[in-house]
Design a protein around this ligand. Structure first.
Ligand SMILES: [Fe+2]
Ligand SMILES: [Fe+2]
Length: 290
C-alpha cells in the first residue's frame, strides 16, 4: 500500500525526466538529430514513467485543487531564505537514479542564464534564467511531482486536445462538470491570462514569489514557461488579450534557453559568483519568503 502512495507522488525517477520528454516532443529545430542524440537520457521504460506522471497530473489537477494549492502556498509562510540558501535547498533535490544528473539543479539554472547572457540580453532576462526553476522547491515541501512540474494548462475551462496525453483528462472530474467543461468555462472570451488559473506548479509559484521585483516581460517568462499547449500549439488564444500576445513574444524568446542550453560541461560557479551576486542584489531583496 505504502509503495503505491510513494509512486503516486513520484512516478518520475527524477524531475528531469519531464524536461527530457519535452526535448523528444520539441527537438531543437536547427539540429533535431543532435538534440535527440545528445539529450535523450531515457529509453522505453522511461516513457512509461512520463506517461504515468501525466496520467496523475491530468487526473488530479482540477479547478478546486488549484485554488486550494494557491491558498496553501501563496501565503508564503513556509520558510524565509536568501537566494543562495534557496539554491542550496533546491540542490538537495539531486537524485542519483538519473544517469544525467551529475548536473545539479543550480547548474541547469546557470546554464540557462549563461546562455541568455552570452546572447547579450538585458540583465533582468539573465536573472529570469537563474530563477525560473526555483519553484521546484515545492517538491521539498512534500508536494507530489505532478503538482510541481509538467506542462501547465488553464483550469476552469475545457482542456485542449493539444495538451500532451489529452486522453487522461477523461479521469479528471472537471471534464464532467458543466461549470468547467465548456470552451470558456468560468472565464470570459479574451479575458487575459492574468484572470485565468493555471494548473498548479513551479511556474505560478515562482511568478507569485517574484512578481514585485522584475519587469512584466520577465514575469511572463516565469509564469508561463511550461505552458506548451499555448507557446507551441496556440491552443488558448481565446483566453488571451493583446497584452498577453505582446508578452508571449518574450516567453517564446525564453523557451529555447530553458530547453536547449543543457550541456554536460558544468558552468564554473566560483568564477561566475561575483556577477550573479551583484545581479541578485540589484533586483531582489536580501531574503525571499517561500
Ligand atoms: Fe521549469
Ligand atoms: Fe528549466
Amino acid at each position: 500500500m505504502k509503495t503505491n502512495v510513494i509512486s503516486e507522488n513520484a512516478p518520475l525517477q527524477s524531475l528531469d525526466e519531464w524536461e527530457d520528454d519535452l526535448l523528444e516532443r520539441y527537438p531543437e529545430p536547427a539540429q533535431p538529430a543532435k538534440a535527440k542524440e545528445e539529450f535523450r537520457n531515457y529509453d522505453e521504460p522511461g516513457r512509461d514513467t512520463v506517461r504515468e506522471f501525466y496520467r496523475l497530473n491530468h487526473t488530479y489537477q482540477t479547478y478546486d485543487f488549484v485554488l486550494e494549492k494557491e491558498r496553501e502556498f501563496l501565503k508564503f509562510d513556509k520558510r524565509e531564505m536568501s537566494i543562495w540558501d534557496a539554491f542550496d535547498f533546491l540542490n538537495t533535490l539531486v537524485d542519483d537514479s538519473d544517469p544525467d544528473t551529475d548536473l545539479d539543479q543550480l547548474q541547469h539554472l546557470l546554464q540557462t542564464s549563461e546562455a541568455i547572457r552570452a546572447d547579450g540580453h538585458p540583465d533582468w532576462f539573465v536573472l529570469v534564467g537563474l530563477m525560473h526553476d526555483l519553484g521546484k522547491v515545492l517538491c521539498l515541501f512534500g508536494e507530489p511531482q505532478w503538482a510541481v512540474v509538467g506542462d501547465t494548462f488553464p483550469v476552469g475551462c475545457a482542456h485542449s486536445d493539444k495538451i500532451v496525453y489529452p486522453e487522461f483528462f477523461q479521469a479528471n472530474p472537471d471534464t464532467y462538470d458543466e461549470r468547467y467543461n465548456t470552451k470558456y468555462g468560468v472565464y470570459e472570451p479574451n479575458c487575459g491570462l492574468r484572470n485565468v488559473h493555471m494548473s498548479w506548479g513551479h511556474d505560478e509559484y515562482i511568478y507569485q514569489m517574484l512578481k514585485d521585483y522584475l519587469p512584466q516581460e520577465g514575469l511572463y517568462m516565469l509564469r508561463y514557461h511550461s505552458f506548451y499547449s499555448q507557446h507551441r500549439e496556440h491552443a488558448y488564444e481565446h483566453l488571451m488579450d493583446e497584452h498577453d500576445h505582446e508578452m508571449f513574444k518574450w516567453v517564446d524568446k525564453f523557451n529555447p534557453y530553458d530547453l536547449y542550453s543543457k550541456s554536460p560541461v558544468p558552468p564554473n560557479w566560483q568564477e561566475l559568483k561575483p556577477y550573479y551576486q551583484q545581479l541578485v542584489e540589484k533586483y531582489l531583496p536580501r531574503t525571499i519568503k517561500f
